[in-house]
Each structure stands twice: as C-alpha cells, then as structure tokens.
Write a protein that binds this ligand. Structure first.
Ligand code: AMP
Length: 589
C-alpha cells in the first residue's frame, strides 16, 4: 500500500475530533489495505514503527529534524525555527517548505508503507561515530522521496508525535464496522461494548463486538484480528487463541481503601493474596521448554533474568503464568522495595553479578494456559489449583503466591496487617468464581494499600530567580518514576524554601549549590538538570494534566525537606501518584 493513501487518511483523521467519524474513516481505510500490509498500517495508525511491546525508540530530537528539513528544503535552520515557533507544528512547516520544491509538482511519491517502516527502523539503528551525520542524510533522503504531505507526517512519526488521536478502542470499533459491512450486516454506531446485563440474545453487532474484542485480548495483534475478520468471519475470530510466546495484555485491579467495600466488591468467601512490591512478570513456556519472560508493558526481558528462566525449568509443562517478581535482601532474606530491583529490568551487562546482588523470588498468582489449552476463562479457584499442582513451593526462588481464603472482614484486616509487616505493599482480593480478563481493569481483582499524602520527587529542571533572588534557582520542576524507570514530570514548586538562613530550614541558596553541578542545559532563565536531588513535597491535590509528561499535576506543591538518604531510583512512582489520585477521587465523591 502506498504511504500517500495513509497520509490522506491521517489528514482526514486529524480534521475531526469525533470518535464515530474517526471510526468510519479507519473502517473505510481498512477496505483498501492488503493483508500483507495490515501490520504496518496498524502500527503507523498509532504513529509507531515498532510493535507496542518493543521499546526501541527512534530517538530523533526536534533539533535534528530541523537540520534534516533544512538539508532537504534548502531553507536556513533559523528560518525553520522561527516558523516552528509560530505554528508549533514542525510537520506543517516541513510540508510548506517542501511544497516549494520543483519536484513537488509530482502529486505523490512511490513510498510504500513498508518503505516507511523500513526507513524509520534503519534510522533508529544508526550508531557509532558519524551517526548524527548519517541519520541526517537518511532523514533528508526520506523527505526528498516524499510528497509534501507525506513529509509532514514522516516528520511527526519520526518525532514520535503523530497527534491524530487514535485510541485502541477506535481501532477495535473500526475493525468491527469494517467486518460488519464486509459481511453484509447492518452497521450500528460503534457505541459501548455489550454489558453483562444485555446477555441473552445478542445482536449481530454485539456478537461481532465481543468476538473482535476477545480476539484482540487473546492475540494482542489487531492486524491478525482484522485479517481474520476479513476472511474467516466470526468463527475465525473465535478460533484465535492465546499463543505461547506472544505476550498478552495483563488484567488490572481496581482499588478500594476500605475492607468492607473491597469484600462487597469481590464477594465472600474471597481469595486474599499478598500484594508483593515487585514487578509483574508474564512467563511463557512452550512444549519444547522454550521460556520467554515479559514485563507488564510486554517488553521481552528473558535475557535479563537467567535466574527466573532456571526456576521455570522446574515447571515441567507448557504454560503461561502471571507472576510478581519480588526482590529480597540476600543477607536478611527480607523483601526489598521495587525500586531496589528495578535496575534488573534494564541492565544489559554484568547480569550475573546483579543477579546475585539483587535476587528475585517469583510469586505465581495466575495461570492462563496449561498443557494444551487456554485456561484463563476458568474460575480463579480452578486456576489456583493448577498453580498449586505445577509450581514448586521454593521460597526465595519460585512459589505459588501466599493466599488465604477469607470469609469475614476480621480475617481480611489481620491478613492485611500481616502482609504489610512482611514488607509487602498491601493485599489483593480476588473473586473465586471469576475468569481472567486480559487487558481489563476488573472489579473481581481488587487491591488495597496505604495511601500517601506526600511524595518523594526528583528535581529535573529549575529557573533562575530575579531581583533579590538573582543568583539562586527558585522555581523547580519535579518528576516521579514511571514503570520503565523514566522520570516523568509532575509539577513545579517554588514555596517551602527560605530566603534567609535565620528563618530556619533549607534555603534557596543551599539547594542552588546542590544543583549547580547537575545543570545539563540552559536556555534563557530555564535550566535542565540531571535527575539527582531528591526532595519530599506536600501538595493540596493531584489533577490530571496534559502539561506534564506524567499526565498529572500536583496542585500547590511545597518543599518539605531534602531526602539525601534516597537515590533518584528510590523515589515515588507514577503508580503511587495514580493511587493517591484515585483515593482522592474516592474521598471527593
Ligand atoms: P498497582 O500496580 O498498584 O495497580 O497494583 C497492581 C499490581 O500489583 C499488579 O500489576 C502486580 O504487578 C502487583 N501484584 C503484586 N502481588 C500481586 C498478586 N498477588 N496478585 C496480583 N497482582 C499482584
């Protein structure tokens, strides 16, 4: 398929904010996509050139993009920067400049969607000396082979900022709409998925919706689902099963803060488990004994965990397991916090040493596939029995998660206390009769853990003061850690620090001295800092916010104290922020 066709769709998609219109546009596009290009089109619709679980980043800065546009268009970098500042859209600037080229009389190029993916991946893998120059020339070459409209979107994809706003749900609805039309069924507007209470007789649209959603959940592959829907219809979709080796989106828990509410939600008797403060690991073992490990973000981490691979060798059957890998201190045997072992996920060298310093215990809490069949739809109770049958109980290595069947609130309270005392984050409560629902946040798995009202954050930016504050850094941009160990911004504080030492407490001048060596870049009064200094902040409220990379903003954050006992890897996480946000919403109800 030609890339120009996709760009026409991008353009139309960017001109509407209405989800139904977007759905219809994508459904129409799908008609045109040959089977062999479906995977590429699905990725490019989301502005990606690698599958969702591949964390390879293109790593192109806007500065480099500007240089490449300059090279391709012959326009000066200064002029491009000026125009960029005016419009805020580098893609559009690129389109305008390239439309002035002579060869742009050609209506469109010969670029295919496969060429685009291949070209982009090539750029991302250029390394070593002279790599910047080679990247520049490769991008300029790609732009020169593109029509102006294509160049606009190429630049946006390169900067990983496509901005046409397509959610996974829209793609799912588009597949449904496309399939219904293709099979000559009435199209009803893609509204909400069918509710449990509607069960009974399903309309064809509901049947298709359920089949498409389930197939996506099981395969985690929208391209495969679209092609199957095209050729094999409902039966084909229903035949798509979990595949050992292909990661599945994990089931997520809802949160409750009160024992009574949690129990009401999951029903009694309920299964209680420790909520380990580790990280989620999805384990696949095929019939030949090949083992693959994935994180919650579906990243393949098999090479980083040879110890876990050894544990799984003791599990003699083919299976897909959902687990929590939790770190412990090899001297005391006590569980350690997630941040301690987070480096094991990313480390690509010295793995053996790190494995000894930071051992993990694998707690198996769910099973989705066993021997020759999927078991994720079976009741939790049955799945647990399978776990107990196949997973050896070897604390410090691998074991079924600690579990108690509780009948009353008092039992939950005491299990909660016991779990916290053992160094865990809290507890999970699970409905005995419930299935496993990939990719969904469900009410039959509930988490309970204490909520925090202050956060440990790292300073990643600041602003030089003026007037009597000149010479000091005064306003500080702060960040928390996301699941992948990236620092994501969450707000700015300027209060809580003192101007004079006599006032007691930490002063601007002291913090400035600490931060001076961490300055990475300066522009005007703004400085970008190496994440190094950890501080504790209090705040009034957490809000959702597009202004910060975490997606959240702290309202009125104020400095409490320096936390020089903490390393940046040990600060609060995005999931702490989400919990505090949810708890606050609960309180405001
Ligand atoms: P949260 O990250 O706070 O949303 O809590 C859900 C996470 O708790 C899951 O993604 C798992 O990584 C983790 N977890 C720890 N212990 C368990 C358990 N026994 N059952 C399910 N999830 C667990």
């Amino acid at each position: 398929m030609r890339f120009s066709q996709l760009c026409d769709a991008y353009l139309e998609l960017s001109q509407t904010a209405k989800r139904l219109e977007k759905t219809a546009l994508i459904a129409a596009l799908l008609k045109e996509v040959p089977d062999s290009d479906m995977a590429e089109v699905m990725m490019l619709l989301k502005g990606r050139v690698y599958p969702e679980w591949d964390k390879t980043q293109l790593g192109i800065s806007s500065k480099l993009a500007i240089r490449a546009i300059s090279m391709a268009s012959g326009e000066s970098e200064t002029k491009i920067v000026q125009q960029f500042k005016k419009t805020g859209d580098i893609g559009q600037v690129c389109q305008q400049l390239l439309s002035k080229r002579k060869q742009s009389t050609l209506a469109s190029s010969e670029l295919s969607v496969k060429d685009v993916i291949k070209g982009m991946r090539k750029i991302s893998t250029i390394e070593g000396s002279g790599s910047v120059d080679l990247k520049l020339r490769t991008i300029a070459h790609l732009l020169n082979n593109a029509s102006p409209l294509e160049a606009r979107f190429l630049i946006r994809i390169l900067l990983e900022d496509l901005r046409i706003g397509i959610a996974d749900g829209t793609i799912r609805d588009a597949i449904i709409q496309y399939a219904l039309e293709k099979h000559g069924l009435h199209v009803i507007p893609a509204d909400k998925p069918p509710k449990a209470e509607d069960s009974g007789v399903q309309t064809p649209a509901q049947e298709w919706r359920a089949a498409v959603q389930d197939a996506i959940d099981r395969s985690n592959d929208v391209a495969k689902v679209a092609v199957t829907a095209r050729h094999e219809g409902l039966e084909g979709l229903r035949g798509i099963d979990l595949t050992i080796g292909v990661p599945i989106r994990v089931m997520l828990a809802q949160k409750e803060t009160e024992v009574a509410a949690a129990l009401t939600r999951v029903g009694t008797p309920a299964a209680l488990e420790y909520k380990y403060d580790g990280f989620r690991m999805q384990v696949h073992r095929d019939k030949e004994g090949k083992i693959t490990l994935f994180t919650r973000r579906l990243e393949n981490v098999t090479d980083q965990f040879p110890d876990v691979v050894e544990f799984i060798k003791e599990v003699k059957v083919a299976c897909i397991l959902d687990c929590e890998a939790v770190g412990y201190d090899p001297k005391t045997g006590k569980y350690t916090a997630f941040q301690q072992i987070s480096q094991r996920i990313r480390r690509k060298y010295d793995i053996d040493t790190l494995m000894k310093e930071l051992p993990v215990e694998l707690n198996v809490f769910d099973i989705l596939y066993h021997e020759n069949e999927s078991v994720y739809l079976r009741p939790f109770e049955e799945r647990r029995k399978l776990i107990e049958k196949i997973i050896p109980n070897r604390p410090g290595h691998i074991k079924p998660s600690d579990l108690l069947i509780a009948h009353a609130e008092a039992e939950v309270e005491s299990f909660y206390k016991k779990s916290l005392a053992a160094g865990n984050e809290g507890i999970m409560l699970k409905t005995l009769a419930a299935p496993y629902k990939p990719g969904s946040r469900v009410g039959f798995m509930v988490k309970m853990k204490p909520v925090m009202d202050e956060l440990d954050v790292v300073i990643v930016g600041a602003e030089w003061g003026e007037g009597k504050r000149s010479g000091w850094l005064t306003s500080f941009t702060i960040a928390v850690l996301d699941d992948d160990g990236n620092f994501v911004e969450i707000g700015r504080f300027g209060t809580g620090l003192k101007e004079l030492e006599q006032e007691g407490g930490t002063t601007f001048s002291q913090v400035t001295d600490l931060l001076k060596d961490d300055i990475l870049a300066e522009e005007g009064k703004e400085v970008r800092l190496k994440p190094n200094i950890v501080v504790e902040v209090k705040f009034e409220e957490i809000q959702r916010s597009p202004s910060y990379s975490s997606g959240f903003a702290l309202r009125f954050p104020r400095f409490v104290r320096l936390r020089d006992d903490r390393r940046p890897e040990e600060i609060s996480t995005l999931s702490d922020v989400m919990d505090a946000y949810e708890a606050q919403r609960g309180r405001n109800k």
